[in-house]
Design a protein around this ligand. Structure first.
Ligand SMILES: Nc1ncnc2c1ncn2[C@@H]1O[C@H](COP(=O)(O)OP(=O)(O)OP(=O)(O)O)[C@@H](O)[C@H]1O
Ligand SMILES: [Mg+2]
Length: 204
């Protein structure tokens, strides 16, 4: 596969969706064909699974069920969109990917990372993002930025401690895989965040 696979990660409200198009434009300006997509979701079936997960009440869906649905959506996304694009030599920019499963279902929910890793291998094999931008900010910044939302999904309804565990796993992944995962201080104003992102992208 000759294409480029970039993912954007981080807890709620750090600016993933705000910056995904900025990242895409960077590669379009180089003449690349770029797909902007997200997880869970990215294909019609995976978006249906996304809706199922995010609308599920806490007692309607088990933690393990949540994890398996995430990977079911990911299998569809990889099969129908990500792999074909990468095989054509195109660029894929994805708002969240498997690191989020380790952070949310592992860190947040407390599921065994080895179980998550087995699903990862079954669903994606050796495929890994070439670059992951981890937008990181303190929990208060995250909470402030999502405070105005009138509907809160299954994750947004969680408590501060949950997001603390999610953030901690993200930072562990960044420390373990510094070549792939680039840490961006997302608490800065938007222009500074984009300058930091651009500095990372210019180097690949
Ligand atoms: N650097 C920034 N400074 C201040 N506000 C920001 C910054 N980046 C994004 N925002 C604002 O914060 C809010 C959340 O941003 P955004 O939706 O991009 O976050 P997200 O990471 O995609 O969140 P979620 O995980 O819930 O999808 C938006 O209102 C956005 O305009
Ligand atoms: Mg978003």
């Amino acid at each position: 596969m000759t294409g480029r696979f970039i993912t954007i990660e981080g807890i709620e409200g750090v600016g993933k969706s705000t910056n995904v198009d900025f990242v895409a434009e960077h590669f379009r300006a180089r003449g690349e064909t770029v797909h902007v997509t997200r997880e869970p979701g990215g294909t019609p079936m995976a978006e249906r699974i996304r809706d199922l997960i995010l609308a599920a009440g806490r007692d309607e869906l088990s933690d393990l069920g949540e994890l398996v649905l995430m990977f079911a959506a990911r299998a569809e996304h990889l099969e129908s969109l990500i792999r074909p694009a990468l095989e054509r030599g195109e660029t894929v920019v994805c708002d969240r990917f498997t690191d989020a499963s380790f952070a949310y279902q592992g860190g947040g929910r407390g599921l065994d990372p080895e179980v998550i890793d087995r699903l990862r291998i079954a669903v994606q094999g050796p495929l890994q993002p070439h670059l992951t931008l981890l937008l990181d900010a303190p929990l208060e910044v995250s909470a402030e930025r999502i405070a105005g939302r009138d509907w809160q999904d299954r994750f947004e309804q969680e408590k501060t401690e949950f997001f603390g565990r999610v953030r901690a796993v993200y930072l562990e992944i960044a420390a373990r895989e510094p070549d792939r995962v680039k840490l961006i201080d997302a608490s800065q104003p938007p222009e500074s965040v984009q300058a930091a992102i651009k500095a990372k992208l210019d180097r690949i």
